[in-house]
Design a protein around this ligand. Structure first.
Ligand code: NAD
Length: 469
């Protein structure tokens, strides 16, 4: 075994949780190393998650603009999709950003080692490289940031042709003629939005009563309505009985809410039924780390029950599987490990963004959850159809909904569906962080004409005083 290298902080995994933690650790003067099993830095988000999907979604949006160009007074008779070029652009973006992390590691004096990291005793990690050679890294503090993998349905296996997860679907050589998507969470609906717009016949199957089931019910209903209008059937309360590979693709047998059975056929199947944490095979069994259904339990400083071991990102119990949450958990962990005061995450103030057409974004309590929590609720709502900028953009679908408590008007949750709302939600997060009220929002001058005025008018709507409806 090679001689142990000594660090202040060693991080296993270079996804957004791990790499952001490493850069911040470097900034705090900690001697830091990242251990990554892949040959590239960036993890799921950069290579098979957020970034490549949003690149494809943007291309789908551009293609949509061409299709609808007549609406803007522009004649565009001949245009087509060069799928290989679309894929190449996506890869170029990913590669550039991955190289960017390498640069930032150098800038902040962060080392990285390629290999599989495993806890090997207090302050020790064994690293196995691609050739099977084992070396050891020692560190005062270790951060586990190993992420998650897509779940598969029992008896199915992804094959990169007919049966796909979020990984394989990114490398399709051509746009399939048809696709069944099981699961209408973020992965399912985003890929529905991509492939439908590129001409694939998409069918979405969801076992719960609504698509994007964690969102406010009115938002879910609006997205389902928009999808159906676009020609994407969304079957909710659909119980998948069996999915089978066939010579032509796949068949999926489903029982619907009314008890009727139906078999769907398609060239491809995307399984988007959630993710499982990567907590196996990383040496947890020899530690005091406690698990909850495979996820690691932590305290607000992201410490596990094993002294000197922190956990961040998708593997953390009770934490949503979102890149931006992993990043902040990484910052909390290294700040604490460096002996500085670390502000714990407020899990009630995490923005959720789904990059469909139309986009969905939210923060805080849904109306139903707020009522269940015992609040007397006041709702303000404003439709994009009455917003001038939305009309200019030709994107009139959707609305902003603000859930506030009646007495002081404190904002409990903000829910949006419509154009560019994933860019607009940050304002709501800030106002909630500052314990702001609907009056604070309503008295904040928003520039005109912008989509953000819909937020101001939804706040006025809590008092029945929106100007433009
Ligand atoms: P998810 O848990 O968000 O959604 C899975 C959906 O599949 C749920 O609605 C569930 O009810 C449904 N489902 C499960 N089993 C089913 C079955 N047998 N038949 C029909 N429906 C079934 O998971 P995901 O969409 O795979 O995403 C994984 C994680 O990654 C999530 O935590 C998600 O938030 C995150 N993610 C976020 C973004 C984003 O922020 N834009 C994008 C992609 C993924």
């Amino acid at each position: 075994m090679a001689e142990a290298a000594k660090y202040d902080i060693a991080i296993i995994g270079s996804g957004p949780g791990g790499y952001v933690a490493a850069i911040r650790a470097g900034q705090l003067g900690q001697k830091t190393v990242v251990i990554e099993r892949d040959d590239k830095l960036g993890g799921t988000c950069l290579h098979v998650g957020c970034i490549p999907t949003k690149a494809l979604l943007f291309d789908a949006e551009v293609y949509d603009q061409f299709k609808n160009s007549k609406e803007y007074g522009i004649e565009c008779k001949e245009f087509s999709v060069d799928w290989a070029a679309v894929q190449a652009r996506k890869t170029k973006i990913v590669t550039k950003l991955s190289k960017g992390i390498e640069f930032l590691f150098k800038k902040n004096k962060v080392d990285w080692i390629r290999g599989v990291g495993r806890l090997a005793g207090p302050g020790k990690i064994s690293v196995t490289d691609a050739k099977g050679t084992v070396s050891e890294v020692t560190a005062k503090n270790i951060i586990l940031a190993t992420g998650s993998e897509a779940k598969m349905l029992p008896s199915l296996e992804a094959d990169a042709k007919a049966i796909l997860t979020n990984k394989e679907i990114l490398d399709l050589k051509e746009v399939p003629k048809s696709m069944i998507i099981i699961g209408a969470g973020a992965v399912g609906v985003e890929f529905a939005s991509i492939y439908h717009r590129f001409g694939c016949e998409v069918t979405v199957l969801e076992m719960l009563p609504h698509a994007v089931p964690l969102e406010d019910e009115e938002i879910s209903i609006e997205l389902e309505k928009a999808f159906r209008k676009q020609g994407i059937p969304v079957h909710t309360q659909a119980r998948v009985e069996k999915a089978t590979k066939t010579p032509k693709g796949v068949t999926v047998a489903v029982t619907h809410a009314d008890g009727k059975s139906q078999t769907y056929e398609a060239e491809t199947l995307l399984v988007a039924v959630g993710r499982a944490p990567n907590t196996q095979g990383i040496g947890l069994e020899r530690t005091r780390v406690k698990l909850d259904r495979g996820f690691v339990k932590t305290n607000p400083a992201m410490q596990t029950d094993e002294p000197g071991v922190y956990a961040i990102g998708d593997i953390v119990a009770g934490s949503p599987l979102l890149a931006h949450v992993g990043e902040m958990e990484g910052i909390v962990a290294v700040t604490h490990a460096a002996g500085q005061a670390a502000e714990p995450i407020n899990y009630n103030q995490i923005p959720n963004c789904t990059y469909t057409e139309p986009e969905v974004a939210s923060v805080g309590l849904t109306e139903k959850k707020a009522r269940e929590a015992g609040y007397k609720v006041k709702v303000g709502k404003f439709p994009f159809s009455a917003n001038s900028k939305a009309n200019i953009l030709g994107a009139r679908e959707g609305f902003v909904k603000i859930v506030s408590e009646e007495r002081y008007g404190e904002i409990l949750g903000v829910h949006m569906i419509g154009p560019r709302v994933t860019e607009m939600i940050a304002e709501a997060v800030v106002v909630m962080r500052l314990e702001g009220t609907v009056d604070d929002l309503a008295h904040t001058i928003h520039p005109h004409p912008t989509l953000t005025e819909a937020v101001l008018e939804a706040a006025e709507g809590a008092h029945g005083m929106s100007i433009h409806i």
